[in-house]
Design a protein. Structure first.
Length: 345
């Protein structure tokens, strides 16, 4: 994809759906029919694509909050935040970072209580909520019936032709407009499917890794960018201004393929709530032979493994940075190495 071309359709969409201003120019992610041969090619190449008519979750297009209240059982996981930003964190990593404060907290509520809270929180600005639950948990036979009617043959075809591992989870996500998940990457492939409302999805390729300034692997917010996408500090993160971003507006019936290791920032837009379903697949097994030169995905994986190994060996993640600087300074920071810096990712 060429980068840096502002699209009129995106500007119009931003006005219609009340999107927050984004500081970088973006290129539109290809929007294609499932019948287009390019869809399979792009997925095979691990490039994002917005698929318009897959019928992947067609039975779920009838779902709304009232419908779900009638057919959900038991208790469900609700995330709460003091801001509209819902940041993932690993609480098991918090011990190494005592200054870290959990940005969100959870409660287990019945869907009826969640539905009541959802109405109460619609106009609140001091606290926000976000529903996230395994779709196969706490549902009755009606929802199970819809679930079984999803386009599983197409999903299974994609898994087989791309050599992926098994489907690991289906999350049902429900959000107020304005809520967003900050920029991060995942270590699985995802078919992100909308059933209600609109989400703005901004993606960056794995090759943009150094421009997005990820937290260290040992940090509770591992796999997340340190850059505030709406108000970036270019003095602290100067390379971000040259990052190449891609964008899609995902609406009911659309499916966005988000490849493994592709960064994504996702915002609920418009005046209505959003509802989406994720389909997560494990990556293909590691190849028996390494092909050179390494691509950006392999380099991100190597970076993660080196950080994990050093944090474990040194016993303190705070020592990883000084240790790496000690290795490089005076040895790999000469002019003859500078010409290779742009080739790292």
């Amino acid at each position: 994809f060429p980068c840096g071309i502002p699209l009129l359709v995106q500007e119009m969409a931003g006005q219609k759906h009340g999107m927050l201003p984004f500081p970088l120019k973006t290129k539109e992610i290809p929007r294609l029919s499932i019948k287009d041969d390019q869809v399979d090619r792009l997925i095979k190449q691990e490039q994002p694509v917005l698929i318009t008519d897959s019928d992947l979750v067609r039975p779920a297009l009838r779902w709304d909050l009232d419908f779900l209240q009638d057919h959900m059982r038991g208790k469900h996981t609700i995330y709460f935040s003091k801001s509209s930003c819902f940041t993932y964190f690993d609480d098991k990593k918090m011990k190494k970072f005592p200054e870290f404060k959990a940005p969100t907290w959870t409660k287990e509520l019945t869907f009826s209580k969640y539905h009541s809270a959802f109405k109460d929180y619609t106009h609140r600005t001091d606290e926000y909520l976000y529903y996230q639950q395994q779709l196969t948990d706490q549902v009755d036979d009606v929802i199970k019936g819809d679930f079984l009617k999803f386009n599983w043959p197409w999903l299974d075809h994609q898994r087989k032709v791309n050599g992926w591992g098994e489907l690991t989870s289906n999350l049902l996500l429900i959000s107020h407009p304005g809520n967003f998940t900050p920029c991060h990457y995942d270590e699985q492939h995802n078919f992100f499917s909308m059933t209600h409302g609109y989400k703005r999805c901004i993606l960056f390729a794995p090759s943009e890794y150094e421009k997005l300034y990820p937290n260290q692997v040992a940090h509770p917010c591992d796999r997340q960018s340190q850059v505030d996408m709406y108000n970036p500090n270019f003095n602290k993160f100067p390379k971000f201004k040259n990052a190449c971003a891609y964008e899609a507006l995902v609406g009911p019936g659309d499916v966005l393929y988000i490849p493994m290791y592709w960064w994504h920032h996702i915002e609920s837009v418009g005046k209505d709530y959003t509802m989406s379903i994720t389909f997560w697949f494990l990556a293909a097994p590691s190849p028996t032979e390494v092909v050179y030169p390494l691509n950006a995905v392999h380099k991100v994986s190597i970076t993660r493994n080196i950080e994990k190994m050093l944090a474990t060996a040194l016993g303190n993640p705070r020592e990883v940075g000084p240790f790496l600087r000690m290795m490089v300074q005076g040895r790999y920071d000469h002019k003859e190495e500078e010409k290779y810096e742009k080739k790292v990712f």
